[in-house]
Ligand binder design. Structure first.
Ligand code: AMP
Length: 273
């Protein structure tokens, strides 16, 4: 596995591969890798000839009061995990943007609610960094975890709308042995908060398993189980538009974000009527 830190070297290599018609798979991350990430890397490995993983903690997607400076990092451990998962190139730029960077990528509609409402400019930061990474890495396909369901929807829309010619593939949400969705941010949880955080997926499962046709009734059933310091949202949405629904009469998605101390945890489940 090669480790590349320079954006110019990365792009020159990637353009060479594309010119030779290679199937290039890409898994972008912010590092501090866990089994959720390595699952995506292993799944992507099976779909491409050359596999690139990026690690870059993107300042553009953090708000002023968010955890950019204390975001957990482990470059050595991450490199070992990428190698073991079959990565060919680990792209770890120290700096991704030119000093006079002027462009922002804004995706409309699917960014307005949920994470978009809680974290203004977050998705602009995500779409912008992914767009720039796509230019540098020149992938034919990229995988994003369903753990961040809205992010996946936003990036799928971006790639389609801008005719990028890159297949955007969803990766399954990977959970810990007790059901907690794996996240780099789980390390911030106190033992007590980690225990309480189990009610997040339990609430979503209760809502999924309810037989009610009413979204409001299902949400109330989930809310009754949830133990958190504050709830940003718990909703049942259309999986394409992310608009909330009233009736559970087709495949939908239940999404939630709750806070435990200073840590925000996201989770979601698919709902079949
Ligand atoms: P991050 O490093 O948190 O930006 O995540 C990088 C990629 O890994 C994104 O596509 C995430 O959706 C995905 N990811 C993070 N956690 C999980 C998980 N528990 N299961 C599956 N994918 C995940």
């Amino acid at each position: 596995m090669d480790v590349i830190r320079s954006v110019d070297t990365m792009q020159a290599l990637a353009l060479g591969w594309r010119a030779r018609g290679k199937k290039v798979g890409f898994v972008p991350t912010m590092g501090y890798l866990h089994q959720g990430h390595t699952t995506l890397i292993e799944l992507m490995r099976q779909r491409c000839e050359l596999l690139i993983v990026s690690i870059y903690v993107n300042p553009l997607q953090f708000g002023p009061s968010e955890d950019l400076s204390r975001y957990p990092r482990d470059p050595k451990g991450d490199a070992a995990k990428c190698r073991a998962a079959g990565c060919d190139v680990l792209f770890m730029p120290d700096n991704l943007y030119p000093s006079d960077f002027r462009t922002k990528v804004h995706v409309d509609g699917v960014t307005t609610r949920w994470e978009g409402a809680e974290r203004p400019s977050h998705f602009e930061g995500v779409a912008t960094v992914v767009c720039r990474l796509f230019g540098l890495v020149q992938p034919t396909a990229a995988m994003f975890g369903e753990k961040d369901f809205q992010q996946f929807t936003v990036l799928k829309s971006m790639a389609r709308d801008l005719a990028m010619g890159i297949e955007i593939i969803p990766g399954p949400l990977v959970r810990d042995h007790d059901g907690l969705a794996l996240s780099s941010r789980n390390v911030y949880l106190s033992p007590e908060d980690r225990r309480r955080a189990l009610t997040l997926h339990q609430a979503l499962y209760a809502l999924r398993d309810s037989r009610s046709q009413s979204a409001a009734e299902r949400i109330a059933a989930g809310r009754a189980i949830l133990d958190c310091d504050s709830l940003d949202y718990l909703a049942i949405v259309d999986p394409e538009t992310l608009e909330p629904v009233e009736l559970v009469d087709r495949p939908l998605r239940a999404i939630a974000t709750a806070r435990y101390g200073r840590t925000r945890l996201l989770d979601n489940v698919a709902i079949a009527p």
